[in-house]
Design a protein around this ligand. Structure first.
Ligand code: DMJ
Length: 494
């Protein structure tokens, strides 16, 4: 059934243009369970509460919604003004030193933080700041630079950011810029014999490199490319992303498990261990669900359920009552590798919920809450057998908040608001500096040692999720809105 790149059953995005993305897509379909405060909340909520006492010193009392939202917006603007003062026009801010960082390649800037921020500024009602960022992007962002660019990062951050910028501002210039980037990234897909994209492409010459491709890089394209195809009435982007997905899916094991790295030229697994939901696999699964939802594409949703069933059947583990996921040989299901879990995997709690299994998602969310009980902020990687730290850094990541947002949307349960508030309060206490917010290079149970970087995704994700939970902004359709892996609003901007 899988692996036929020209399958006639595929709906054609260009036919759906005037309807939004697709009949049955996120723009058109109402889902009762996605309404905050929905009746289903009580039944869907897990039986075990991680928040028995909401105002112990460790679980700070939560202010009212309006006050919480104002505090979150103020912190976003605190870091935004750090960026504008010291790194304007560069990709990323170094908030301690007042310096800046090129994310994609030294000497080449894409104003990444501004592109990442466009739709967040809109949702937060920061219209003056949005106007400045938008006009910088329209006047200065150069997609023709002679530089090898990381295809996955460029799609989720730049193409996604520009599409979300278009959907929130209706600036044709932003959509045109998204198209120009996508056109220059396409050779990574079209020159690959299997359709699995090369990891890098030169924006000016179209020269590709990097044939050993992590699964997230092979599969995290369909939402941005599908949206672009629908908006432009041009199927090339959607078709490229689907061809890549099919090339991977047709190589799944008899257990319906996938490896972690695949050779884009030979179509063979380089690493045939399934590390889901950890990186570098994570968003491959997220986009099967998200692509299905955004584009109304049942084929993607079917794949999500098929693969998820296999992950849950073969990779589930449990320690001290908490679920975790271990690595297995994709062919045999035999357990391999250490009992490590990356903080990036925390997104899986929300994904499981969105995929229809709220109790399992809620339980995995509690696993990560138990880690946050132990450390001031979430460390990059832990050993889940004893929650000890494996990778001591903390990269100012959004995944726990992403899941809190998803599960709150699904259940309306106040425990996720409380969790969001505690997470925000921890960041404000430990990672805030006069120039903004920064990553840490060491986290212990009692200390945090700061490094000097505000990653671009900070402006796209972290405080957007928190803001959406507390603000109930009329600028977002809470029922039908769909966000990308980078937190970009690809449907539901009002
Ligand atoms: C973001 O760039 C995206 O969420 C991506 O899918 C993986 N995680 C980073 C932030 O941690």
């Amino acid at each position: 059934m899988l692996g036929h790149p020209t399958s006639p059953q595929l709906p054609h995005p260009s036919r759906r243009l005037l309807l939004g993305y697709a009949a049955g897509s996120a723009l058109l379909t109402a889902t009762a369970a996605a309404v905050p405060g929905a009746q289903a909340a009580a039944q869907a909520a897990p039986s075990r509460s991680a928040f028995a006492s909401a105002d112990t010193p460790d679980r700070p009392p939560m202010p009212g919604d309006a006050q919480a939202a104002a505090a979150i917006r103020a912190e976003y603007l605190h870091s935004w003004y750090g960026y504008t003062a010291h790194a304007w026009g560069y990709d990323e801010l170094r908030p301690l030193s007042g310096g800046h960082n090129d994310f994609f390649a030294d000497g080449h800037s894409f104003g990444l933080s501004m592109v990442e921020a466009l739709d967040t500024l809109y949702l937060m009602g920061c219209d003056r700041e949005l106007a400045s960022a938008r006009s910088w992007v329209e006047d200065n962002l150069d997609p023709t630079q002679d530089v090898d660019i990381h295809v996955f990062e460029a799609i989720i951050r730049l193409v996604g950011g520009l599409v979300a910028g278009y959907l929130t501002t209706r600036s044709d210039s932003l959509l045109g810029r998204a198209q120009e980037f996508a056109d220059r990234l396409l050779p990574a897909f079209t020159s690959s014999p299997t359709g699995i994209p090369y990891t890098h492409v030169n924006l000016r010459t179209g020269q590709v490199r990097g044939h050993e491709v992590a699964l997230a890089e092979a599969g995290t394209n369909i939402m941005e490319f599908g949206a672009l195809s629908a908006l432009l009435g041009d199927p090339r982007y959607y078709d490229a992303a689907m061809r890549a997905y099919r090339a991977v899916l047709s190589r799944r094991s008899s257990l319906d498990l996938l490896g972690t790295t695949i050779d884009a030229e030979k179509g063979r697994w380089v690493d045939d261990h399934s590390t889901a939901p950890n990186p570098p696999v994570d968003s491959f699964y997220e986009y099967l669900w998200g692509g299905g939802r955004l584009l109304g594409d049942g084929e993607l949703t079917h794949w999500y359920h098929t693969l998820t069933r296999a992950v849950l059947a073969h990779q589930s583990d449990r320690r001290d009552g908490h679920p975790w996921y271990h690595t297995v040989d994709a062919s045999t299901g035999a357990r391999t590798g250490p009992t490590h879990q990356s903080e990036l995997a925390a997104f899986y709690a929300g994904l499981l919920g969105k995929g229809g299994d709220v109790p399992r998602g809620a339980a995995y969310f509690d696993s990560w809450t138990a880690v946050l009980d132990r450390y001031p902020v979430l460390p990059e990687t832990i050993d889940y057998t004893d929650l000890s730290v494996v990778d001591q850094g903390s990269q100012l990541r959004p995944e726990y908040a992403n899941s809190a947002f998803d599960l709150w949307r699904l259940t309306g349960d106040a425990r996720y608001k409380q969790a969001m508030w505690r997470w925000f309060d921890r960041l404000r206490t430990h990672l805030r500096v006069p120039g903004g917010y920064t990553v840490a290079d060491e986290v212990t149970p009692t200390s945090v040692r700061l490094d000097d970087l505000t990653p671009g995704y900070w402006f796209a994700e972290n405080l957007k999720y928190a803001w959406l939970v507390f603000s109930r902004t009329p600028r977002f359709d809470y029922r039908n809105g769909v966000l990308s892996t980078e937190g970009k609003v690809l449907a539901g901007a009002l």
